[in-house]
Design a binder for this molecule. Sequence first.
Ligand SMILES: [Zn+2]
Length: 62
Amino acid sequence: MAKRKVCVQDRVFVEGDECPICKMSQFSTTWSGRMFILDVQHSQIAHKIDIKDVGEYAIKVK
Ligand SMILES: [Zn+2]
């Protein structure tokens, strides 16, 4: 199973050819940890790592 790619800019998991958030296509498959942010306003993690949109994110990306 191929590792999924994440945007190096915002760490969101991307299925297509461009990131839905920043519209760039710089991806990495070297990531660790995974989290699903459902409530950006009230999530301390989202706030801490500067997430502004609901979605699935990697915790660390190289
Ligand atoms: Zn992005």
